[in-house]
Design a protein around this ligand. Structure first.
Ligand SMILES: *[C@@H]1O[C@H](CO)[C@@H](O)[C@H](O)[C@H]1NC(C)=O
Ligand SMILES: *[C@@H]1O[C@H](CO)[C@@H](O)[C@H](O)[C@H]1NC(C)=O
Length: 417
């Protein structure tokens, strides 16, 4: 097969999870699965003392994840309120929902008292957790599917007036609207995507659009949204940005004072995502990938049908259905390089974090959150512009760099992770 044929499979518009195996330049395999993203959390942490100099976390300018933290149990137990539009059903979530689940379960397991104000889900049974200090307060969602602010607020007030008021109030995105968050000094909001970042996606979509396709988003509408956000974001006392780039935008474009912006990258379960050669070998065997295949790429995304875009007749493409975090961990083990051609500029991509923690070099779209917080240099991997030419160029580069180089980049990734 010609090189050109091999790379045309990347002519997609939406990201997806596939695993592609190149044994030599004459054969190619794809394994595709849709991604059910692994547990992720932002580590809420206290600062290590550097040469007995206490660190003021509120004004700490870099990502908190760069701090080393004690593992011992907290000396102060907090009463924490969380406003979250949708609490995920254990295994079927990615992004924001998975983040909320993992972070708050971890906090509850550390002994903090958690009260979660969330919308009930009519069709699924609400998950049960055997943690006595974890409390759920559900309410019927509004017709538009949002958290009913009036009901959730009443539930919150009832819990706040039991003698022990809340120490911290956390809202995942606009779970608690700005009209209610105004004037609460002990509130933090975590943003998983802001309009300014989304403009980059809009620009890419617009450039990729064929003449027959409708405009997905009018850029002018998005610009209006940015202005709205700049205004109402001021009503949240503290802001958690999940990437260095989002943190910068919040400070610079949204003009939020520095001591109110905190960068905490999404966390990934280190027990699941770690280097393990044997796991990769087992997985290859299970799915009939010859051990001789020397170059394997994994790719990520959700809900996009690869079958329509990739010719199965190549005989080298295998698709997976939705898989959980455990399997994702195993699949990552057998990659030589992990590719994420995402066009989503908002938030921070979890799958890339999972890949670097597994010790894999990564290749991804040149989006500011990714270049600023994940693939921070060429020693970790590769970035490309969302064009076919740029992607081809970088794929050839991987071939040229070869196995030894990739392994070195994988080690650098692991160190950074
Ligand atoms: C619940 O199920 C009904 C009937 O199957 C469906 O119409 C509705 O959209 C579902 N609601 C949600 C929130 O999934
Ligand atoms: C929660 O209760 C405390 C103590 O009564 C009070 O100072 C605080 O304003 C209350 N918070 C809200 C948001 O009502």
């Amino acid at each position: 097969m010609a090189k050109d044929q091999q790379v045309t499979v990347f002519a997609f518009r939406y990201s997806c999870y596939i695993l592609l195996v190149l044994s030599s330049f004459s054969s190619i395999s794809f394994l595709y699965w849709s991604h059910c993203s692994g547990p992720c959390y932002s580590s809420v942490q206290t600062a290590e003392q550097k040469q007995n100099q206490p660190t003021n976390l509120l004004s700490f300018p870099s990502a908190w994840n760069h701090l080393s933290l004690p593992l011992k149990p907290p000396s102060n137990l907090l009463k924490i309120a969380l406003f979250d539009k949708k609490w995920p059903n254990r295994f079927q979530a990615g992004g924001l929902e998975r983040h909320a689940l993992t972070l708050h379960l971890k906090l509850a397991k550390r002994g903090h008292e958690l009260h979660i104000f969330t919308a009930s889900s009519p069709n699924t049974t609400f998950p049960k957790y055997p943690i006595s200090n974890l409390h759920f307060h559900q309410s019927k969602p509004t017709n538009a599917g949002y958290l009913d602010q009036a009901i959730a607020w009443r539930q919150f007030q009832a819990q706040n007036s039991t003698g022990k008021p809340f120490d911290v109030i956390h809202t995942e995105s606009v779970g608690l609207l700005h009209t209610r968050s105004r004037g609460l000094p002990n509130l933090a909001v975590t943003w998983h995507g802001i309009a300014y970042e989304a403009m980059h996606t809009d620009i890419i979509q617009e450039l990729l659009r064929t003449p027959e396709e409708h405009r997905a988003y009018a850029l002018t509408e998005r610009a209006t949204k940015v202005i709205e956000e700049v205004k109402f974001f001021q009503n949240y006392a503290h802001h958690v940005a999940t990437s260095n780039h989002a943190g910068d935008v919040l400070k610079r474009i949204y003009m939020i004072p520095e001591e109110r912006v905190h960068i905490i990258l999404n966390g990934v379960d280190e027990e699941i995502f770690k280097p393990d050669v044997n796991k990769g070998k087992d997985f290859k065997q299970k799915f009939g990938i010859p051990q001789s295949k020397s170059l394997i790429f994994g790719m990520a995304g959700r809900g996009w049908s690869m079958e329509h875009k990739i010719q199965r007749s190549q005989g080298q493409f295998t698709g997976f259905g939705a898989i959980g975090a455990g399997s994702t961990g195993r699949v990552l083990q057998c990659n030589r390089c992990f590719v994420n051609p995402t066009l989503r500029a908002q938030g921070l991509d979890h799958t890339l974090l999972e890949a670097i923690l597994t010790g894999k070099p990564v290749m991804a779209t040149r989006l500011a959150s990714i270049t600023g917080s994940v693939i921070v240099g060429p020693e970790m991997g590769y970035t490309f512009s969302p064009t076919i030419d740029s992607l081809k160029k970088v794929l050839y580069q991987v071939w040229e760099d070869g196995r030894g180089n990739l392994e070195m980049k994988g080690q650098a990734s692991r160190r950074e992770a």
